[in-house]
Design a protein around this ligand. Sequence first.
Ligand code: PGA
Length: 259
Amino acid sequence: MKVLILDTPKVAIARAAQTVAETVRTNPQAVLGLATGGTMLPLYDHLRTLHSEGLSFAGTTSFNLDEYVGLSPDHPCSYHRYMAEALFDYIDIDPSHAHLPKGDSTNAHAEANRYEARIVEAGGIDLQLLGIGINGHIGFNEPTSSLGSRTRVKTLTESTRQANRVYFERDDQVPGFAITMGVATILEAKSCLLIATGAGKAEAVAAMIEGPLSALCPASALQLHPAATIVLDAAAAHCLRLRDYYHHVHPEGKDRVLA
Ligand code: PGA
Protein backbone atom coordinates (compact mmCIF):
# COMPACT_ATOMS: atom_id res chain seq x y z
CA MET A 1 0.00 0.00 0.00
CA LYS A 2 1.22 3.45 -0.85
CA VAL A 3 0.18 5.76 2.00
CA LEU A 4 0.38 9.45 1.09
CA ILE A 5 -0.23 11.92 3.91
CA LEU A 6 -0.82 15.54 2.95
CA ASP A 7 -1.31 18.41 5.40
CA THR A 8 -4.74 19.64 4.38
CA PRO A 9 -7.80 18.19 2.63
CA LYS A 10 -7.20 20.64 -0.21
CA VAL A 11 -3.69 19.35 -0.95
CA ALA A 12 -4.84 15.74 -0.53
CA ILE A 13 -7.62 16.23 -3.06
CA ALA A 14 -5.23 17.95 -5.50
CA ARG A 15 -2.84 14.98 -5.18
CA ALA A 16 -5.65 12.51 -5.91
CA ALA A 17 -6.86 14.58 -8.87
CA GLN A 18 -3.33 14.51 -10.25
CA THR A 19 -3.39 10.68 -10.23
CA VAL A 20 -6.73 10.59 -12.08
CA ALA A 21 -5.46 13.13 -14.62
CA GLU A 22 -2.25 11.14 -15.19
CA THR A 23 -4.28 7.98 -15.77
CA VAL A 24 -6.45 9.70 -18.39
CA ARG A 25 -3.51 11.44 -20.09
CA THR A 26 -1.54 8.19 -20.29
CA ASN A 27 -4.55 6.23 -21.54
CA PRO A 28 -7.31 8.39 -23.03
CA GLN A 29 -9.48 5.22 -23.26
CA ALA A 30 -9.09 4.50 -19.54
CA VAL A 31 -11.90 2.73 -17.68
CA LEU A 32 -12.48 4.67 -14.45
CA GLY A 33 -14.24 3.34 -11.38
CA LEU A 34 -16.01 6.24 -9.71
CA ALA A 35 -17.31 6.82 -6.20
CA THR A 36 -19.82 9.15 -4.58
CA GLY A 37 -20.07 10.78 -1.13
CA GLY A 38 -18.92 14.05 0.38
CA THR A 39 -15.21 13.30 0.04
CA MET A 40 -15.45 13.01 -3.75
CA LEU A 41 -17.19 16.37 -4.32
CA PRO A 42 -14.03 18.53 -4.11
CA LEU A 43 -12.20 15.94 -6.23
CA TYR A 44 -14.84 16.21 -8.97
CA ASP A 45 -14.62 20.01 -8.71
CA HIS A 46 -10.92 19.70 -9.32
CA LEU A 47 -11.45 17.41 -12.33
CA ARG A 48 -13.93 19.92 -13.76
CA THR A 49 -11.24 22.59 -13.54
CA LEU A 50 -8.68 20.29 -15.17
CA HIS A 51 -11.21 19.62 -17.94
CA SER A 52 -11.70 23.35 -18.50
CA GLU A 53 -7.90 23.52 -18.86
CA GLY A 54 -7.88 20.83 -21.56
CA LEU A 55 -8.10 17.39 -19.91
CA SER A 56 -10.49 15.33 -22.06
CA PHE A 57 -12.63 12.46 -20.83
CA ALA A 58 -14.13 11.87 -24.29
CA GLY A 59 -12.55 8.44 -24.70
CA THR A 60 -13.03 7.22 -21.14
CA THR A 61 -15.60 4.79 -19.79
CA SER A 62 -16.77 4.88 -16.18
CA PHE A 63 -18.43 2.53 -13.73
CA ASN A 64 -19.72 3.81 -10.41
CA LEU A 65 -19.40 1.67 -7.32
CA ASP A 66 -23.02 1.65 -6.29
CA GLU A 67 -26.59 2.92 -6.44
CA TYR A 68 -29.53 2.82 -4.02
CA VAL A 69 -32.15 0.17 -4.71
CA GLY A 70 -35.51 1.76 -5.48
CA LEU A 71 -34.28 5.17 -6.67
CA SER A 72 -34.76 6.10 -10.32
CA PRO A 73 -31.92 7.89 -12.14
CA ASP A 74 -33.75 11.22 -11.89
CA HIS A 75 -34.43 10.93 -8.14
CA PRO A 76 -32.67 13.91 -6.50
CA CYS A 77 -30.85 11.61 -4.04
CA SER A 78 -29.81 8.96 -6.57
CA TYR A 79 -26.14 8.55 -7.39
CA HIS A 80 -27.06 8.97 -11.07
CA ARG A 81 -28.12 12.52 -10.18
CA TYR A 82 -25.10 13.05 -7.93
CA MET A 83 -22.72 12.12 -10.76
CA ALA A 84 -24.54 14.31 -13.30
CA GLU A 85 -24.48 17.30 -10.96
CA ALA A 86 -20.96 16.79 -9.63
CA LEU A 87 -19.14 15.78 -12.80
CA PHE A 88 -20.78 14.34 -15.92
CA ASP A 89 -22.72 17.49 -16.90
CA TYR A 90 -19.47 19.48 -16.91
CA ILE A 91 -17.05 17.21 -18.76
CA ASP A 92 -17.00 15.57 -22.20
CA ILE A 93 -17.48 11.91 -21.18
CA ASP A 94 -19.90 10.14 -23.55
CA PRO A 95 -23.05 9.64 -21.40
CA SER A 96 -23.56 6.20 -22.94
CA HIS A 97 -20.14 5.19 -21.55
CA ALA A 98 -20.86 6.39 -18.00
CA HIS A 99 -22.37 3.45 -16.11
CA LEU A 100 -24.11 3.12 -12.76
CA PRO A 101 -26.21 0.20 -11.52
CA LYS A 102 -29.89 0.76 -12.24
CA GLY A 103 -31.44 1.19 -8.80
CA ASP A 104 -34.99 1.09 -10.12
CA SER A 105 -34.54 -2.14 -12.07
CA THR A 106 -37.45 -4.55 -11.50
CA ASN A 107 -34.96 -7.28 -10.57
CA ALA A 108 -32.10 -5.79 -8.56
CA HIS A 109 -30.27 -9.15 -8.31
CA ALA A 110 -30.28 -9.62 -12.09
CA GLU A 111 -29.17 -6.00 -12.50
CA ALA A 112 -26.21 -6.63 -10.17
CA ASN A 113 -25.13 -9.62 -12.29
CA ARG A 114 -25.56 -7.62 -15.51
CA TYR A 115 -23.43 -4.79 -14.08
CA GLU A 116 -20.61 -7.12 -13.07
CA ALA A 117 -20.61 -8.66 -16.58
CA ARG A 118 -20.60 -5.20 -18.18
CA ILE A 119 -17.39 -4.30 -16.29
CA VAL A 120 -15.73 -7.48 -17.58
CA GLU A 121 -16.94 -6.68 -21.13
CA ALA A 122 -15.30 -3.25 -20.89
CA GLY A 123 -11.99 -4.97 -20.13
CA GLY A 124 -12.01 -4.26 -16.37
CA ILE A 125 -11.35 -1.08 -14.44
CA ASP A 126 -8.00 0.71 -14.78
CA LEU A 127 -8.33 3.06 -11.80
CA GLN A 128 -10.92 2.63 -9.06
CA LEU A 129 -11.66 5.65 -6.87
CA LEU A 130 -12.80 4.83 -3.35
CA GLY A 131 -13.97 6.59 -0.21
CA ILE A 132 -14.19 4.83 3.15
CA GLY A 133 -17.10 4.73 5.57
CA ILE A 134 -16.58 5.35 9.29
CA ASN A 135 -17.38 1.64 9.68
CA GLY A 136 -14.65 0.66 7.18
CA HIS A 137 -16.92 0.00 4.21
CA ILE A 138 -15.80 0.50 0.61
CA GLY A 139 -18.58 0.92 -1.91
CA PHE A 140 -21.53 -0.32 0.14
CA ASN A 141 -19.65 -3.41 1.30
CA GLU A 142 -20.61 -3.18 4.92
CA PRO A 143 -18.64 -4.91 7.72
CA THR A 144 -18.65 -8.73 7.34
CA SER A 145 -19.10 -8.48 3.57
CA SER A 146 -17.30 -11.42 2.00
CA LEU A 147 -13.85 -10.44 0.79
CA GLY A 148 -14.72 -12.57 -2.26
CA SER A 149 -17.98 -10.74 -2.95
CA ARG A 150 -19.12 -9.60 -6.39
CA THR A 151 -21.62 -6.95 -7.44
CA ARG A 152 -24.81 -7.69 -5.53
CA VAL A 153 -27.61 -6.29 -3.41
CA LYS A 154 -26.45 -5.31 0.06
CA THR A 155 -28.46 -4.33 3.15
CA LEU A 156 -27.17 -1.02 4.54
CA THR A 157 -26.19 -0.71 8.20
CA GLU A 158 -27.89 1.82 10.43
CA SER A 159 -24.55 3.70 10.67
CA THR A 160 -24.45 4.11 6.88
CA ARG A 161 -28.12 5.13 6.70
CA GLN A 162 -27.46 7.75 9.39
CA ALA A 163 -24.32 9.03 7.61
CA ASN A 164 -26.35 9.49 4.42
CA ARG A 165 -29.45 10.87 6.17
CA VAL A 166 -28.32 14.47 5.43
CA TYR A 167 -29.08 13.99 1.75
CA PHE A 168 -32.72 13.04 2.36
CA GLU A 169 -35.65 14.98 3.79
CA ARG A 170 -36.93 12.29 6.15
CA ASP A 171 -35.53 9.22 7.93
CA ASP A 172 -37.91 6.87 6.15
CA GLN A 173 -36.68 8.09 2.75
CA VAL A 174 -33.14 6.74 3.27
CA PRO A 175 -33.01 3.49 1.29
CA GLY A 176 -32.21 0.28 3.15
CA PHE A 177 -30.58 -1.51 0.20
CA ALA A 178 -28.03 -0.77 -2.48
CA ILE A 179 -26.50 -2.50 -5.48
CA THR A 180 -22.76 -2.37 -4.92
CA MET A 181 -19.64 -3.72 -6.58
CA GLY A 182 -18.25 -6.45 -4.36
CA VAL A 183 -14.92 -6.45 -2.55
CA ALA A 184 -13.48 -8.90 -5.10
CA THR A 185 -14.83 -6.75 -7.96
CA ILE A 186 -12.97 -3.77 -6.50
CA LEU A 187 -9.77 -5.78 -5.98
CA GLU A 188 -9.75 -6.67 -9.69
CA ALA A 189 -9.23 -3.03 -10.69
CA LYS A 190 -5.69 -2.54 -12.00
CA SER A 191 -5.14 0.19 -9.43
CA CYS A 192 -7.14 1.62 -6.54
CA LEU A 193 -7.07 5.15 -5.16
CA LEU A 194 -8.77 5.62 -1.80
CA ILE A 195 -9.22 9.11 -0.41
CA ALA A 196 -10.07 9.92 3.20
CA THR A 197 -10.14 13.33 4.84
CA GLY A 198 -11.14 14.48 8.32
CA ALA A 199 -10.75 13.15 11.85
CA GLY A 200 -14.00 11.18 11.60
CA LYS A 201 -12.26 8.71 9.30
CA ALA A 202 -9.06 8.29 11.38
CA GLU A 203 -10.04 5.04 13.13
CA ALA A 204 -11.39 3.38 10.00
CA VAL A 205 -8.23 4.42 8.13
CA ALA A 206 -5.98 2.87 10.81
CA ALA A 207 -8.02 -0.36 10.72
CA MET A 208 -7.72 -0.46 6.91
CA ILE A 209 -3.95 0.10 6.75
CA GLU A 210 -2.60 -1.36 9.99
CA GLY A 211 -5.37 -3.61 11.28
CA PRO A 212 -5.77 -7.29 10.49
CA LEU A 213 -7.11 -8.31 7.09
CA SER A 214 -10.71 -8.81 8.11
CA ALA A 215 -14.22 -8.75 6.72
CA LEU A 216 -15.06 -6.62 9.76
CA CYS A 217 -13.19 -3.82 7.98
CA PRO A 218 -13.85 -4.44 4.27
CA ALA A 219 -11.36 -1.70 3.30
CA SER A 220 -8.58 -3.82 4.84
CA ALA A 221 -8.94 -6.03 1.73
CA LEU A 222 -6.91 -3.35 -0.06
CA GLN A 223 -3.88 -4.77 1.81
CA LEU A 224 -4.10 -7.58 -0.78
CA HIS A 225 -4.07 -5.21 -3.75
CA PRO A 226 -0.70 -4.81 -5.50
CA ALA A 227 -1.38 -1.21 -6.55
CA ALA A 228 -3.46 0.54 -3.91
CA THR A 229 -2.76 4.18 -3.06
CA ILE A 230 -4.31 5.77 0.01
CA VAL A 231 -4.42 9.58 0.03
CA LEU A 232 -5.04 11.13 3.44
CA ASP A 233 -5.04 14.51 5.07
CA ALA A 234 -3.31 14.87 8.45
CA ALA A 235 -6.56 14.48 10.40
CA ALA A 236 -7.51 11.19 8.72
CA ALA A 237 -3.95 9.89 9.27
CA HIS A 238 -4.00 10.73 12.97
CA CYS A 239 -4.44 7.18 14.36
CA LEU A 240 -1.76 5.53 12.19
CA ARG A 241 1.02 4.04 14.31
CA LEU A 242 3.60 4.16 11.50
CA ARG A 243 2.74 7.71 10.46
CA ASP A 244 6.38 8.86 10.62
CA TYR A 245 7.41 6.02 8.35
CA TYR A 246 4.78 6.90 5.73
CA HIS A 247 5.97 10.53 5.80
CA HIS A 248 9.54 9.29 5.39
CA VAL A 249 8.70 7.05 2.41
CA HIS A 250 6.52 9.64 0.65
CA PRO A 251 7.50 13.11 1.91
CA GLU A 252 4.59 15.46 1.15
CA GLY A 253 2.98 12.69 -0.86
CA LYS A 254 5.89 12.44 -3.30
CA ASP A 255 7.80 9.33 -4.29
CA ARG A 256 11.29 9.00 -2.84
CA VAL A 257 13.84 8.36 -5.57
CA LEU A 258 16.35 5.58 -4.88
CA ALA A 259 19.83 7.06 -4.63
P1 PGA B 1 -18.21 10.22 2.49
O1 PGA B 1 -18.57 8.69 2.20
O2 PGA B 1 -17.22 10.63 1.46
O3 PGA B 1 -19.52 10.92 2.34
O4 PGA B 1 -17.66 10.27 3.87
C1 PGA B 1 -17.56 7.77 1.99
C2 PGA B 1 -18.12 6.37 1.99
O5 PGA B 1 -19.08 6.10 2.74
O6 PGA B 1 -17.59 5.54 1.23
